[in-house]
Design a binder for this molecule. Structure first.
Ligand code: SF4
Length: 462
């Protein structure tokens, strides 16, 4: 046994998958998981750097883990902050033993490289052993669901986003590789993630040149043509597991074919990353769409699947946002009646298009607009939950007492509270007997055997 490791993961589900794969590579290298960061020989922090608050949290976490580690333990920092600002981080934080780029094997990064080499980069001409995190094996999971990352990087150039600058252009995995990982995970629900999920496979077929000419962006409507990659992927994964769910759908890539494929999985859950609805402001964000088009798409989805659940996320305070833009967003939220929505204030990110824009919105006004939107949405979410009382649902039990129907994604939406006697991993029929804000209360109905998951019963549920 080479020693023990602890991985602290910050940020998004994609980072969670990267950590799972880093753990898989450390296990292969003969390390074992430590019970806590204070007892580990190697402490790894997989950081997030999307916006300023995330970077601050990453630095705080590094400092607290450095102070809490045992004497002689090594501290490795990887992830987006290492990719985005590795040099500065290595210079500013001497307590960090190694800052390793995304994908650099922790084992390799720890190898002694002489004094002062705290920023791991391949020496000139030195090739990094091809540890492509995307394709690394996952350590098995105990949970009945798992995120599966199907691509890395992004080809879009949204005005507020720096991700393409440090995660690079989109690199999709092969369908076979994704399916092999799904089979290896042995879970009942797979949550597909990527920076621009609905563009899965596009980079392999044709790299779409993105430009700052907004009419060009509208010309990107060809996005509307079925991108064989994503529909194929959804159908193939859906044939292997009880549930497949998709996160981060760029609106112009949500084609009729993809809507049909998602509805056909039995999990009509649509996570539309809209960011705003005002056409002029979306153009300043270098993004597609407007409220009419989004409302039309939502209506169409609900015609196909009346029980569909919809989520989105919005940015308040983007440079140039006017009261009219904000009023349009408020009326959209009122009319769209989404099940879930997240709101964020604009973060001025170095190197992004937005950083050069005029029309800065005061932080206090952005926060005020966020509060207004969140209040309105919370009431809508509570109302949409309350109407489910009395209905019968099929739920996946994630853990004793906690379950989710097709309407709830893990970790970001409400949950359904069920009897703790139900086994994790079982798919059971329940009746909703109450609602508490975003959460529901439910009682078991139908076949109790479903509570005792055994392959026979599981297969019967398919
Ligand atoms: S789609 Fe836009 S917001 Fe999402 S990762 Fe790509 S550039 Fe960033």
């Amino acid at each position: 046994m080479r020693g023990s490791y602890w991985i602290e993961t910050l940020g998004c589900p994609k980072n969670q998958v990267d950590s799972d794969k880093l753990a898989g590579s450390l296990l292969l290298d003969g390390y074992e998981a430590a019970s806590g960061p204070e007892s580990a020989d190697v402490v790894v922090v997989n950081t997030c750097a999307f916006i300023e608050p995330a970077r601050a949290e990453s630095v705080e976490t590094i400092l607290s883990l450095s102070q809490g580690r045992r004497a002689g333990a090594r501290l490795v920092v990887t992830g987006c902050l290492a990719a985005r600002a590795g040099e500065e981080l290595a210079l500013a934080m001497p307590e960090v033993d190694v800052v390793a780029d995304v994908g650099v094997p922790v084992e390799l990064a720890l190898a002694p490289r002489g004094r002062g080499a705290s920023r791991w980069r391949p020496r000139s001409g030195e090739t990094v052993p091809s540890l492509d995190l995307l394709e690394m094996p996952r350590r098995p999971t105990d949970a009945p669901w798992a995120y599966v990352k199907v691509a890395e990087g992004c080809d879009r150039r949204c005005g507020f986003c720096a991700i393409p600058s440090f995660r690079g252009p989109q690199r999709s995995r092969t369908l076979e590789a994704v399916l092999a990982e799904v089979d290896a995970l042995q879970v009942r629900e797979v949550v597909l993630v990527a920076q621009d999920l609905a563009s899965f496979g596009r980079d392999r077929s044709a790299r779409v040149a993105s430009s700052s000419d907004h009419s060009e962006l509208d010309a990107l409507v060809p996005d509307a043509v079925d991108v064989p990659g994503i529909v194929e992927l959804v159908e193939a994964v859906s044939a292997r597991v009880d549930r497949v769910r998709l996160l981060y759908l760029y609106p112009s890539s949500l084609t009729d074919g993809l809507v049909d494929a998602i509805c056909a999985t039995g999990v009509p859950y649509f996570d539309l990353s809209l960011q705003h609805v005002s056409r002029p402001l979306l153009r300043r964000m270098r993004r597609f769409g407007n409220s009419e088009r989004f409302l039309a798409r939502i209506r169409q989805i609900r015609e196909k699947a009346p029980e569909a659940a919809l989520r989105s996320s919005f940015i308040l305070g983007y440079p140039g946002e006017t009261e009219e833009d904000h009023d349009e967003l408020l009326s959209f939220i009122g009319e769209a009646e989404l099940d879930w929505a997240g709101f964020f204030t604009f973060s001025n990110e170095d190197g992004t298009y937005a950083a050069s824009l005029d029309g800065a919105v005061p932080e206090s006004l952005a926060l005020e607009r966020l509060r207004e939107c969140a209040e309105l949405q919370d009431a809508i979410t509570a109302r949409r939950r309350a109407v489910l009382v009395g209905s019968r649902l099929e739920v996946l039990v994630d853990a004793p007492g906690i379950a989710r129907s097709h309407r709830e994604a893990p970790e970001i939406d409400g949950v359904i509270r069920v009897p703790t006697s139900l086994a994790a991993g079982s798919l059971v029929g329940v009746e909703v007997v109450g609602a508490e804000g975003p959460d529901l209360l439910a009682e078991l109905v139908g076949d109790r055997r479903a509570g005792i998951s055994s392959d026979g019963v599981v297969a019967a549920l398919r």
